[in-house]
Design a protein around this ligand. Structure first.
Ligand SMILES: Cc1cc2nc3c(=O)[nH]c(=O)nc-3n(C[C@H](O)[C@H](O)[C@H](O)COP(=O)(O)OP(=O)(O)OC[C@H]3O[C@@H](n4cnc5c(N)ncnc54)[C@H](O)[C@@H]3O)c2cc1C
Length: 395
């Protein structure tokens, strides 16, 4: 970590640094420069200050002995009385990553009555299922859950910890990475493991314009969250493997500063991430009522419907129906996009679908780069025609 500091006793207030900063990160206040949030710590101001009144301060990052950390730990999430399927997907990915290094895959379950799920996890090739099962953990309190996972991490020292990018996981993972003073990459879309055990955490960055490769070089464990439906789920083994480790609840759980005031159960909702067939409307739709034909086509195919972000921004639907970086990741067997251009923020969250059919009147639309079937035509011709054919049983 580096930062820029200004030595006010040396600064003459010449304001040269304000003009030199390419990011507009220097502002004059009361005759002296101040650094704002736009600073990229590029050091141009340091080099050009005639009074040597600006310094770059480097903080040395503590590093750990990486050889002491091995294996991969998956946080197995139980919420609403069910094992979240993202946990199984993460176990599959963890096994794939661990195999070349001869590492093991371990899981940790936290909650009340969760011991029952430990047996099920043993059918996915894990070497150990750690269980923190207590009444005190009957609802999610981030600090108490973090204390349990922290306890297990300290006991087994995994090199990598994978957590589902669910509401619960997004609250838990940063707390854990802070406790270990180590890195966390949220919403990874790909993971690779180098021979030196550094996890390459790949995810879209800068509004989806680049795929960043993020590596935690000095510290362990390496925390990553991954969204549901991004990784392949492994098949369930008939035979169970691995041991169940019933863990003692750490004392710090009782010191949790969160307490339950009330619970309002949210009725279970169907998510577009679970759909096997999806019909998607994009900005090519001219008016809100045109979504009716998208819904009708979806219903005739026995599927669900979704949209790109502009339709959510117009208020035609809610974020729960939005595919993309700021919406949901989907991976259906069949997806039909209608009037969607195929921006990276959209395609990166649907391009693993089995069959992609794209309808767009622009032959150069980027959506055709990921489509298996490209229909270059007016959606107002194609969609009603498909609906008519399905109704007549001609498809
Ligand atoms: C940080 C960030 C996050 C984002 N997150 C998301 C996200 O989660 N989801 C998302 O969708 N976007 C997201 N975006 C926005 C994204 O960049 C695009 O702007 C958006 O996906 C475009 O939506 P669209 O394809 O529906 O609209 P457009 O890009 O406007 O495309 C409309 C398409 O319809 C076609 N068309 C028009 N009329 C017809 C017709 N009659 N028949 C056939 N085709 C027709 C046009 O040729 C065009 O290709 C994000 C952007 C940023 C910066």
């Amino acid at each position: 970590m580096a930062q820029i500091a200004i030595l006010t006793r040396k600064c003459t207030g010449c304001a040269l640094c304000v003009g030199n900063c390419p990011f507009g990160a220097m502002e004059m206040k009361d005759g002296h420069p101040e650094i704002n949030a736009a600073c990229r710590v590029c050091g141009i101001c340091v080099k050009n200050c005639p009074e040597k009144a600006i310094m770059k301060l480097e903080t040395r990052v503590a590093s750990v002995d990486k050889t002491q950390w091995k294996d991969i730990l998956v946080f197995a999430e139980v919420s609403g009385g069910r094992l979240h399927p993202v946990s199984i997907e993460l176990i599959g990915k963890a096994r794939e990553l661990a195999a070349p290094l001869g590492w093991q895959v371990k899981t940790v379950l936290v909650g009340s009555g969760v011991a029952a799920f430990a047996e099920e996890l043993r059918h996915y090739g894990v070497s150990e299922v750690a269980v923190y099962d207590s009444e005190e953990l009957s609802y999610f309190r981030a600090d108490a859950y973090a204390s349990c996972v922290e306890d297990y991490i300290k006991a087994v020292k995994p090199s990598v910890v994978l957590v589902g990018a669910t509401s619960l996981g997004r609250s838990l993972a940063p707390r854990l990475s802070t406790r270990f003073h180590t890195g966390l990459t949220a919403d990874c879309t790909r993971l690779e493991l180098r021979e030196n055990t550094d996890l390459v955490q790949i995810r879209p960055a800068f509004g989806g314009n680049i795929m960043a490769q993020i590596v935690t070089t000095n510290t362990r464990p390496q925390f990553a969250t991954v969204r549901y439906k991004v990784m392949d789920a492994p098949s369930r083994n008939e035979a169970a493997s691995g041991r169940i480790d019933l863990r003692r609840i750490p004392r710090s759980v009782q010191e949790s500063r969160a307490s339950l005031v009330s619970v309002t159960p949210v009725p279970p909702k169907k998510s577009i991430s679970d759909a096997e067939i999806l019909v998607v409307g994009g900005r090519g739709l001219k008016k809100e009522s045109d979504l009716d034909m998208i819904r009708e086509l979806a219903a005739l195919l026995g599927g669900d419907w979704a949209t790109s972000r502009p339709l959510v921004e117009k208020g035609w639907t809610t974020n729960e129906r939005q595919i993309g970086l700021s919406g949901r990741t989907v991976r259906p067997k069949l997806i039909i996009t209608c009037g969607v251009s195929g921006a990276i923020q959209f395609t990166s969250c649907m391009n693993a679908s089995d069959h992609i059919v794209a309808i767009n009147q622009d032959p150069d639309a980027p959506i055709f780069k990921v489509a298996h079937v490209a229909i270059v035509d007016d959606l107002y011709q194609v969609v009603p025609d498909l609906i008519a054919r399905l109704k007549e049983g001609r498809v």
